[in-house]
Design a protein around this ligand. Structure first.
Ligand code: SAM
Length: 269
């Protein structure tokens, strides 16, 4: 197995374990339709998926799928590699006959029908050198079908990225329960930082005040855990993520800087 495959496999394993501890689809902001609509940032309108064939690559425990199903798609393919993610999706959506669940990673999945739209939110930044995965996504899209992705951004986040690079060297290997204790402690410090964000233009201010602050304490610690647990995460510069999509053959790219800290990109096959 080459180095990339090892890293990808370990990242999937990390999420499998993470989903044992979190990912419940409650009626909170994290699992809301509102947060996803916010993620699309005016460059994609979910009403477009009505009566269309849609895929979700890296579906996790089904939070995106739940919103997609509300917009009357003809069919949804939920594609997720982790056992626990798949189990949770099967449990929660058992009665939906327009949902097809596929256990696969992004490189090897194949949908029965070509899709009009494929979503992959918060996934591509966890796949090392994802060109081959993006090419496979394109193979599963109709001509002119669209890919909608959301990835972590590099711009405006340098202080955080330096902190992340140092601390994650050690947190990746911490047992999950210990990482949760650390996430609680970090969240305490973050509350002080958020307080100052109200008065000073600090890095990540927009995200912290408008997104993170809407999560309750438990979900906030889940989000910190989610940052520090996976084996691999990349913070993309605008030009880097556009190049990834272009290299995989996507065209007519639209990009938006969500809350000045992350990138939402739409590309056509
Ligand atoms: C941060 S979660 C995002 C889940 C979901 N998209 C959401 O927004 O709630 C990342 C997901 O990507 C999946 N993943 C990781 N590596 C993957 C790969 N190589 N191919 C497909 N999915 C992958 C993980 O198992 C995990 O469920």
């Amino acid at each position: 197995m080459n180095q990339n495959s090892k890293v990808r496999k370990q990242t999937i394993k990390d999420f499998n374990n993470q989903w044992k501890l979190q990912g419940e689809l409650n009626k909170d902001y994290w699992a809301s339709d509102e947060i996803l609509i916010d993620q699309f940032n005016n460059i994609f309108d979910l009403n477009q998926i009505s009566n269309k064939i849609v895929g979700d690559v890296g579906a996790g425990t089904g939070r995106v799928v739940r919103t997609l199903l509300k917009f009357n798609p003809k069919k949804v393919f939920a594609i997720e590699p982790s056992d626990v993610g798949i189990k949770k999706i099967k449990n929660d959506f058992i009665e939906k006959n327009n949902l097809k669940i596929i256990q696969s990673d992004g490189l090897n999945f194949q949908t029965d029908d070509l899709c009009d739209f494929i979503f992959s939110l918060g996934v591509i930044h966890h796949i090392k050198d994802p060109t081959d995965v993006l090419i496979n996504i394109r193979k599963n899209l109709k001509k002119n079908g669209q890919l909608i992705i959301w990835v972590y951004g590099y711009e405006n986040n340098l202080p955080y990225i330096i902190f992340y690079k140092i601390i994650s060297k050690f947190t990746k290997y911490l047992p999950d329960r210990s990482l949760y204790i650390l996430a609680n402690i970090l969240n305490l410090f973050l509350q002080i930082y958020i307080f100052f964000c109200k008065f000073i233009n600090l890095p990540l201010k927009d995200y912290l005040l408008n997104v993170y602050n809407k999560f309750g304490w438990t979900k906030q610690t889940d989000v910190i855990f989610d940052q520090l647990n996976p084996q691999y995460a990349k913070y993309y510069k605008k030009e880097e993520i556009l190049k990834e999509l272009k290299d995989a053959g996507f065209k007519d790219l639209k990009i938006s800087h969500r809350h000045n800290y992350s990138w939402t990109v739409v590309g056509k096959n």
